[in-house]
Design a protein around this ligand. Sequence first.
Ligand code: GDP
Ligand code: MG
Length: 172
Amino acid sequence: MHRHKVVVFGAGGVGKSALITRFVKGNFLSNYDPTIEEVYECTSQIDGTTFSLEILDTAGADQFCAPQERYIKSAHGFILVFSLTQETSLREIEDLRQRIYHLRGDNRPIPLVVVGTKLDLTTEREVPQELIRRYAVRWGVPFYETSAKRNWNVRPSFEDLVRQMRTRFPYP
Ligand code: GDP
Ligand code: MG
């Protein structure tokens, strides 16, 4: 079966593994091995048809080692993850985004969504909605505020990416 390949990037500890696990397996575990880099596969339905994904959960400080570069070049879509409780993690996205565009070496839009995590930690929130709105306008990409723990807005963020990938890379 044809699969769309998705790469999930973001600073350590922002909740990449929790987000993917919530989407793929439907549960939330409070502890994930931060060093695990794993590919998840999932098949589901959207708009009445089946889609299939291969999702790379990245890990580690050096996010652009050779195998990852190869993966980036062949990926169909990206999820850039930051934590709403850590403003520096949003700045790191900016850098990641530029490196992805640079590696891809073309000017066509790349299917991409930006996901802010840990929306449930309201008292620890550091990133105001206004700042998110500014980034969304400047980059022209959708932003989602989510909680893997509470299962808020996780599926809509993946579905948005699936729709973008279908438009850009239709199944043969
Ligand atoms: P990763 O390094 O980006 O893969 O981050 P993890 O998925 O391992 O998550 C790091 C920590 O944040 C873990 O302790 C998670 O339980 C916690 N976490 C992740 N997502 C959420 C969330 O939506 N809400 C809350 N409260 N904690 C979260
Ligand atoms: Mg992880």
